[in-house]
Design a protein around this ligand. Structure first.
Ligand SMILES: [Zn+2]
Length: 354
């Protein structure tokens, strides 16, 4: 029977145009900035990130199944893929935790410090991480929080004179939290102040996560998960198109500040579930399969290969799914099963192998 691939071919083409092409262009710019600041090997790796993209298509769906991502922390292409991965893993953990008989509710907690200047960014970042590590061990925290996921984000103002490192967390607490062990926002700020060891009261925001019910009982947390799955540093903050000198200065500082630092991790019940689900490393793992769903080889029957050439992605090859069978059998499953998971304390401050 003849299969009509026009729908999935069009949606693949749309994704190439709207998602991959802008990211690839920004990665090329980052590569040039890396070369300027003496990071030649990073420059080369980022330059060739996702030169080739292979998609598996069925009649109605398409899925990326092969690409060589450079996995550089600041690569816009890899940041885009990593944020999809964070979204996929955190969603999977929350779906699993919702099956717990006793039940959890979730809090969205944002922790800040006084904004450092570019020159003080490194110290500010270290202070933030150390304070968060103290929080994870604090009795007031451990008594009510069963586990969670944290993500560090750094934003800046338009002149790049002030930076804003902060931590977003999704915390799982028991349903009794709101009538037995409730912690007000003012109390959270006091606890955080003690962890930071500062004389000012830091800005803290805490709110209950309200998911939308769908399918009668399942809860959709996608809005809050999307919030925490944002990029750790947005490329527009260090790729300043009309100011190469400023781009170089900001990027140099970010590289020295964030090198070998973990930017996100799971702890407590989130880490347990993540281990049970055998999810791979969230920062250094596979950036091709970001939603934990394997390719359905039985329904994907067309492979389309795109190649980056002359400043754009063009179709290099279209073929049957025989290549798909070879690649998928040889690659992701084994690597995912062996991947380590993060534990409560190790997830903060552990070296980043990049
Ligand atoms: Zn990359």
């Amino acid at each position: 029977m003849h299969t009509d691939f026009s729908t999935s071919l069009n949606s693949t083409q749309d994704e190439i145009r709207d998602k991959f092409t802008p990211k690839k262009n920004n990665s090329q710019y980052l590569s040039a900035i890396y070369a300027h600041i003496g990071e030649e090997s990073r420059s080369r790796r980022v330059f060739h990130c996702a030169d080739i993209l292979e998609f598996a298509l069925s009649e109605n769906e398409h899925k990326l199944f092969h690409a060589d991502f450079c996995k550089d922390r600041f690569c816009p292409m890899c940041q885009f893929r990593r944020s999809l991965k964070v979204f996929g893993q955190v969603s999977a953990c929350m779906d699993e935790l919702d099956k717990d008989m006793e039940g959890y509710v979730y809090l969205f907690l944002t922790l800040t410090i006084k904004n450092p200047s570019l020159d003080d960014l490194e110290q500010g970042f270290l202070d933030l991480k150390c304070a968060f590590n103290r929080l994870l061990h604090r009795k007031a925290f451990c008594d009510v929080v069963c586990g969670g996921f944290y993500s560090i984000e750094i934003t800046c103002n338009s002149s790049r004179s002030e930076f804003h490192p902060h931590i977003h967390c999704i915390l799982a607490v028991r349903k009794s939290y709101f009538h037995k062990s409730y912690i007000s926002q003012a109390k959270w700020a006091q606890i955080w102040q003690k962890c930071l060891k500062v004389d000012y009261l830091p800005v803290v925001d805490v709110r209950r996560v309200k998911g939308a019910i769908f399918d009668g009982s399942r809860v959709d947390y996608s809005r809050v998960v999307a919030e925490i799955a944002k990029y750790s540093v947005k490329d527009k903050d260090f790729l300043i198109l009309d100011d190469i000198a400023l781009s170089e200065r900001v990027l140099s500082k970010l590289v020295s500040t964030l090198n070998y630092k973990k930017m996100c991790g799971f702890f407590g019940c989130f880490a347990d579930v993540r281990k049970r689900l055998q999810l791979d490393d969230i920062e250094n793992g596979d950036l091709v399969n970001t939603d934990n769903n394997a390719i359905r080889i039985d329904v994907a029957t067309l492979v389309v290969t795109y190649r980056w050439t002359g400043g754009m992605y063009s179709v290099a090859r279209t073929g049957s799914n025989s290549a798909l069978v070879v690649t998928s059998a040889a690659e992701p499953a084994g690597r995912r099963a062996k991947s380590p998971f993060l534990t409560q304390v190790q997830s903060v401050g552990a070296p980043d192998p990049r």
